[in-house]
Ligand binder design. Structure first.
Ligand code: FAD
Length: 475
């Protein structure tokens, strides 16, 4: 294949996602031009001109592929010939069960491998707007996308579809909510479009519980903004829960914790003083987000304080809250199943700008984007099975998220890979191999192991070219 303009893939952004996308595509014989704006134009967080620079922690988190969703993602990426994982394994430093790396060695290994690849050309330049003649582009410019390109993307997608800050409310695994205390009901039983009248999980508080909760929010340890994040635009409807609590003891029960229009079926005679509501977050119905609970509380504080909410005493959090400078698309609305912008299919997005969160997730989505972009030149794109970590993350980004219509911050917010994104097992494990019954936490461990085993076996079938997966004909 000669590298005509039509066949070249342009990757914009040489971070975690762009580097992996370029590697995957070039490994399949397609010429790549990788455009990275550093060092000519720096970001607020990057410190070097290396590709795939880790801007903060040097950890890629758990490496346990039998019990942990991010460890599973590592293993899937290894099986998919990931450059990011190869560089991480070569530059590992001791970190217990986590995969932590020497950040300079990691970035250097990736930069050298890409620079040495005969099909990859690295150009150090900012792309403010991809020229119209580029017909196969991967935009992987990350949370700190340059303002010029962000503005161009904003114009293509509509202002409301590109966010510049996230406002993340915690997400809870549905099966960890105590439904002997909580109950399903929509306020005033309103069904609304697509609802049933019983769409929210409600957690009731009496006066003493509410007052103690508000005091804990006010006293709780918060993370501070980075210097360059200090202009965070708090707009009403998106205020952190603790900022609302600081405005007065009654503010929350007239805001996201208002108790009106709800009756507790477990105790219909007693009116709750305040109610925390959780709303379905994914189509599978395995995840629920805490409505209006975006927060800058430290993660440990969130777990401690939110588990004092009746019904959430044993809550398992799929995601904890946060508020950061970020740039991300309303992907479920804008992107097709292979990460292309529906309104301009020559643009495909990858990495954190799609609304995944984290180094590994960004690289994994880059991996898929690189493969999809190559398949664009050929005839078919086979999606990774929904049961794999790649498939689960892709499904969340491209449509599985359950959009909300309420006022307040947009409900699609950045997400780490977690077990709540995977389809439930056809059969829950209930016994040890020796036939004795699983008890308590053993069930959770067995469930995680079964999800991981299913994922890897389905991934291997996909790698082997399984014919039974959804296949999208490239246009
Ligand atoms: C301050 C901060 C700290 C973070 N800490 C962590 C952490 O500890 N752990 C974790 O897992 N995740 C962390 N993240 C989240 C995120 O996973 C990482 O930012 C990750 O690097 C995202 O990968 P990416 O490839 O999407 O973007 P990046 O790795 O940021 O890569 C994007 C690249 O695009 C380039 N670029 C931008 N605009 C243009 C343009 N117009 N033209 C050409 N090039 C351009 C940038 O210079 C950059 O090299 C952090 C994010 C931020 C902002």
């Amino acid at each position: 294949m000669s590298p005509t303009q039509k066949q070249v893939i342009h990757v914009i952004g040489g971070g975690l996602a762009g580097s992996e996308a370029a590697w995957q595509a070039a490994s399949r014989g397609v010429p790549i031009v990788l455009h990275e704006m550093r060092p000519a134009r720096p970001t607020e967080a990057h410190r070097t001109d290396g590709l795939a620079e880790l801007v903060c922690s040097n950890s890629l988190r758990s490496d346990d592929h039998q019990n942990n969703a991010v460890g599973l993602l590592h293993e899937e990426m290894r099986r998919l010939n990931s450059l990011v994982m190869r560089a991480a394994d070569l530059n590992q430093v001791p970190a217990g069960g986590a995969l932590a790396v020497d950040r300079d060695g990691f970035s250097a290994a990736i930069t050298e491998a890409l620079a040495a690849h005969p099909l990859i050309e690295i150009v150090r330049e900012e792309i403010a707007l991809p020229p119209p003649e580029w017909d196969n582009v991967i935009v992987a410019t990350g949370p700190l996308t340059s303002p010029a390109l962000a503005e161009a993307i904003g114009q293509l997608t509509g202002e409301d579809s590109l966010a510049f800050f996230d406002a993340i409310a915690p997400i809870v695994h549905r099966d960890s909510i105590d439904m002997d205390v909580a109950w399903f009901q929509s306020r005033y039983d309103k069904a609304g479009p697509g609802g049933t009248g019983a769409d929210y999980v409600n957690c009731p508080m009496d006066r003493a519980q509410y007052q103690a909760f508000v005091a804990a929010l006010v006293a709780g340890d918060k993370t501070s903004f980075q210097e360059w994040e200090k202009s965070t635009p708090y707009f009403d409807g998106c205020l952190p829960i603790e900022v609302m609590a600081e405005r007065g003891p009654e503010t929350l029960r007239h805001g996201p914790m208002k108790p009106f229009g709800l009756t507790n079926p477990h105790d219909p005679q007693t009116k709750a003083y305040a109610i925390v509501q959780l709303r379905q977050d994914n189509k599978l119905g395995t995840l629920y987000n805490m409505v209006g609970f975006q927060t800058k509380l430290k993660h440990g504080e969130q777990t401690r304080i939110f588990r004092t909410i009746p019904g959430l005493e044993h809550a398992e959090f799929a995601r904890l809250g946060g508020l950061h400078r970020n740039t991300f698309l309303n992907s479920p609305k804008l992107l097709d199943g292979t990460l292309r912008l529906q309104a301009m299919p020559q643009l495909r997005f990858a990495g954190q700008i799609t609304g995944c969160e984290g180094y590994v997730e960004s690289a994994a989505i880059g991996l898929l984007a690189g493969r999809f972009a190559v398949a664009e030149h050929r005839e078919q794109i086979a999606l990774p099975p929904r049961t794999t970590a790649h498939g689960a993350l892709l499904a969340y980004i491209t449509g599985d998220h359950f959009g909300a219509i309420d006022a307040g911050p947009r409900s699609y917010q950045p997400m780490n890979v977690n077990f709540g994104l995977f389809p439930p097992l056809a059969q829950m494990p209930s016994k040890h191999p020796d036939g004795t019954r699983l008890r308590g936490p053993e069930k959770t461990i067995a469930k995680r192991r079964a999800i991981c085993a299913r994922a890897l076996s389905d991934l291997d079938r996909w790698i082997g070219g399984a014919k039974d997966e959804t296949v999208i004909a490239a246009e």
